[in-house]
Write a protein that binds this ligand. Structure first.
Ligand code: SF4
Ligand SMILES: [Zn+2]
Length: 569
């Protein structure tokens, strides 16, 4: 998201209040705790159902066979009963049974469990006219968006946000040993650094073994940066039950600088989400983005040179755009910026945003749902195979949308339209292997080479015979045109920006025959990356390792550098 360093020092201090006191928020009783309170009757009933499922009966049939007075036993109850039976030693752990009763298995299909947290309400230096303002929320968020609601319930406390999310995911049967943390909320870089450090530290404390010495109760913001404490918390997480395998923050192109990237690394950040929104300076200006296309390009090049994973936001239907101009704008993303992931956020007309007044004066025209489906179906075919489309619409509750598209199921609509046309999207998300079994012998190793921002990128991926992706590695070879980062670990080094292996994420030590995650694909990708880098004349390799993945790389020949892990190749 964000730009600008103007005006804000006094405002920052003014907003440094604890929102939980101001808003009289009530922290919800953990759903995990509630679920664990099983009456003996309920447990007995759940046990009968589980026995039937173990004997091969489909879950729904088993549930119907054993109704309770108030209706039917739900899956959360089944998972809670299963957990109790295993914990008491009455039943052995049974991964197949757990898979059958687990809720929404798709949430962890990418191999990693995502936990989203929001920073406290705070102003953003940006003045974007489409961005809503709500005093209760960090800039650009509305209180009833799904993740935002949870954050509000917890008074934006980082520790309880993470802790309760992990507990509720555990209670419905998800492995939570590999956690990607998404920190959302306006522009992270615009918060005071002591707050940023404290927020990240408290998130890690929530992933670390509980109770940790600092984890009891809500710990107040200290007002100073505790670097030693943060490093210790990171070290503990390297072998914690919930290891952090990715840490993402949101910022604006004009906040990205070498010093900012070094700071992000010291916090453990591995991925940066950034609003680019348009690649047309005139549109950026009309919408008061406060930065230019050139600044977005410079920021992206810097992020790449520092090895970060890059997620860009692109917005069709901004003020001044038309479906035709958006159609022309989108392909520019692949001429230099080349993001690893994108979020397509069609502009949504909200009463809480200045754009509303433009609309009232007849100066802004929202696209219809049909316009948007046609546009996105058109542009999706041009997305390169190295990119993942995370979203095609933002999850804003439809009552907020004053005019224009209100459908949040746009992705399905777009795919239906593409199927009707006989076209398809080749992005990573559309090719992820999912829960199916993978035969490693049949996998093909692809090396897709492209040249963004003066670098040479190798997108190495293992694909199945039907073109499903089972794992990939992003290798970045900086060129003479790549911007200087000043990061000593990276001097003369090839950089691994990401390794991702798919399959239902497995608890540490649990084997599941055929699941991609444990078939050594990561190691094979690393070996290939070394070979390519050596062939290109590099003698050093650096990896932007998330805190909880450091051990993985240390076991594979890397050593601790200052902010990255490095090795001689
Ligand atoms: S979109 Fe909102 S949060 Fe992002 S930079 Fe603009 S004003 Fe800030
Ligand atoms: Zn796709």
């Amino acid at each position: 998201m964000s730009a600008a360093k103007p005006q804000t020092l006094t405002i920052r201090f003014f907003y440094n209040f604890r929102i939980d006191k101001k808003c009289e928020l009530v922290v919800k009783k953990s759903s995990f705790q509630q679920l664990r309170i099983l009456t003996p009757e309920k447990l007995a009933l759940a046990r009968l159902i589980l026995e039937d499922v173990r004997a091969g009966l489909p879950v729904l049939e088993a549930v119907r066979r054993h109704p309770e007075a108030a209706g039917h036993v739900n899956k959360s109850t089944l998972v809670a009963a299963y957990t109790q039976l295993v914990e008491r030693g009455e039943w052995p752990a049974d991964e197949a049974l757990l898979s059958a009763i687990r809720l929404k298995p798709v949430r962890t299909l990418s191999g990693v469990t995502t936990v989203t947290v929001l920073t406290k309400p705070y102003p953003c230096p940006g003045q974007c006219i489409f961005c809503p303002d709500d005093i209760r929320m960090p800039k650009s968020y509305l209180p009833d968006e799904p993740g935002a609601m949870r954050a509000l319930e917890h008074g934006f406390d980082p520790y309880t946000q993470v802790r309760s999310r992990l507990e509720s995911l555990t209670s419905v049967g998800h492995p939570t040993d590999k956690v990607e943390l998404l920190i959302l909320g306006g522009t992270f870089s615009s918060y005071r650094r002591d707050y940023q450090a404290w927020f990240v530290q408290r998130c890690f404390e929530a992933m670390n073994p509980n109770p940790s010495p600092l984890a009891a109760g809500v710990v107040a913001e200290p007002g100073v940066i505790d670097e030693v404490g943060l490093n210790q918390i990171h070290l503990i997480n390297e072998s914690a039950p919930h290891r952090n395998v990715g840490l993402s923050v949101e910022t604006r192109p004009d906040e990205v600088s070498p010093a900012e990237l070094a700071w992000f690394r010291s916090l453990g950040v591995t991925k940066v989400q950034m609003g680019v929104q348009s690649l047309d300076d005139h549109i950026l200006e009309l919408n008061q983005r406060g930065h230019t296309v050139a600044e977005a390009q410079r920021a992206t090049a810097l992020l790449r040179a520092a090895g970060f994973k890059i997620v860009l936001h692109w917005m069709p239907n901004l003020l001044g755009a038309t479906p035709a101009s958006d159609r022309a704008d989108f392909p520019r993303l692949w001429e230099g910026l080349c993001p690893d992931e994108i979020k397509i956020y069609p502009t949504q007309l909200l009463e809480a945003a200045p754009l509303y007044e433009y609309w009232q004066r007849g100066e802004y025209h929202p696209y219809t749902t049909e316009d948007l489906i046609t546009l996105i179906a058109d542009v999706k075919t041009s997305i390169p195979r190295y990119c993942r489309v995370n979203r095609v619409i933002r999850d804003i509750p439809s009552p907020h949308v004053v005019a224009g598209n209100r459908r949040s199921s746009l992705r399905q609509d777009v795919h239906a339209e593409m199927a009707r046309r006989g076209t398809h999207c080749d992005c990573i998300r559309c090719r992820e292997v999912g829960a199916g079994k993978v035969d490693p012998a049949l996998l093909r190793l692809d090396d897709l080479i492209y040249h963004p921002d003066g670098a040479e990128e190798h997108f190495l991926s293992f694909v199945t015979p039907d073109d499903k992706i089972t794992g990939f590695l992003r290798l970045s070879l900086p060129g003479p045109q790549s911007p200087a980062t000043g990061l000593t670990d990276l001097a003369g080094a090839a950089i691994i920006r990401e390794i991702h292996v798919y399959g239902q994420s497995l608890a540490v030590g649990v084997e599941q025959s055929g699941a991609a995650q444990h078939a050594g694909l990561g190691t094979r990708l690393l070996v290939e990356a070394d070979r390519i880098a050596r062939e290109k004349g590099y003698r050093r390799m650096a990896v932007i390792a998330a805190v909880g993945t450091r051990q993985y790389y240390l076991e594979r020949g890397f050593e601790r550098g200052e902010l990255y892990l490095v090795k001689i190749i």
